[in-house]
Design a protein around this ligand. Structure first.
Ligand SMILES: Cc1ncc(COP(=O)(O)O)c(C=O)c1O
Length: 307
């Protein structure tokens, strides 16, 4: 089926979508991004990703490309135009197009915006989660502002490639003190012997995952103990369970670290139950968020994005 992308104010065929060679995202990685999971046609954790997008833009002093209502409408339309039931929506906003110079261009430079959509095989993703994944570990060689969702992802790419070459599903990265920061494209968690959910606190060291935040809320509401603190690879190997979270993986159990099994080497019931309730809750919230009249009014009026 033909895919449709959105680039700088226009819906275009995916194969024809292009940006200017002097887009600063291209030359300097001077851009931020967001990824929404789509389940049953609804964008999951919609508001959380919009809020983090605003924060990333503000931290880098990149102009917002348009109003939240206009952007929401375009995202909803992208899901519909691409007939996405289960999939991912990718959004990237750059500081715009300008003659190459490290210094920011003039403040009235229009930010660049691009959005793509792709379907994800629901059954395959569920089967992967049901089996769990193995991870490798590597030193974390990234910059000191990992809290910003910047497109500057080369260390993450290298880490994920190393994992793929080792036949693993993810790479957990380790800081100079020997603690896990997060994975190349997801947050890292363990479940301790007494059933406490542990993950590293939100700081400049990690991306504060939207799935991570939603899962925290869900766990606390269910009376599950949670703790935000760093943990080591050895603690993870001795844990009852381990898993990763992200908009694309939701919650996926980790059954092996650097070739050694976590617990009995099978996904734990705790992780699988949490995954099921995360998906159910997030789907329900997504439906409510996307049914807000403001989004549909803008979508129906076909309001032009301010770009
Ligand atoms: C480095 C990193 N950490 C964590 C996450 C998880 O974030 P989210 O749950 O918002 O997808 C991602 C997702 O892309 C990521 O790239």
């Amino acid at each position: 089926m033909s895919r449709i992308a959105y680039v700088n104010g226009r819906f275009v065929w995916h194969q024809d979508a292009c940006i200017h060679i002097e887009d600063r995202g291209n030359q300097f990685a001077d851009a931020v991004y967001e990824v929404w999971g789509v389940r049953g046609g609804a964008l999951m954790d919609f508001d959380g990703h919009m809020t983090r997008l605003a924060r990333s833009l503000s931290e880098l002093q990149i102009r917002r490309p348009m109003s939240d209502a206009a952007l929401s409408a375009i995202l909803v339309r992208m899901v519909a135009l691409n007939h996405i039931r289960n999939g991912l929506i990718y959004l990237q906003v750059s500081r715009g197009q300008a003659r190459r110079d490290h210094i920011f261009p003039s403040p009235d430079t229009r930010p660049g915006i691009m959005i793509t959509a792709k379907p994800v095989n629901f059954e395959k993703a569920e089967a992967r989660a049901g089996k769990g994944i193995s991870v490798i570990t590597q030193p974390d060689i990234r910059w000191a502002r990992r809290d910003i969702k910047s497109v500057s992802l080369l260390p993450n790419v290298l880490a994920k490639q190393a994992a793929a070459e080792a036949g693993a599903g993810e790479c957990w990265m380790i800081d100079t003190d020997g603690f896990i920061t997060e994975a190349s494209a997801s947050n890292a968690w363990i479940v301790t012997a007494d059933g406490t959910l542990v993950t590293r606190p939100a700081s400049n060291d990690i991306l504060n995952g939207i799935t991570r935040r939603t899962l925290f809320r869900l766990a606390r509401n269910a009376g599950i103990k949670t703790q935000e603190r760093p943990f080591t690879r050895d603690e993870a190997l001795a844990a009852r369970e381990a898993f990763i979270t992200s908009a694309s993986a939701f919650l996926t159990p980790v059954v092996e670290i650097d070739g050694k099994p976590v617990a009995n080497g099978h996904p734990g019931t705790f992780s699988l139950q949490l995954r099921a309730s995360y998906v159910a809750t997030a789907k329900e919230r997504a439906r409510k968020q996307m049914n807000r009249p403001s989004v549909w009014l803008v979508a129906c009026r076909g309001e032009r994005p301010v770009n």
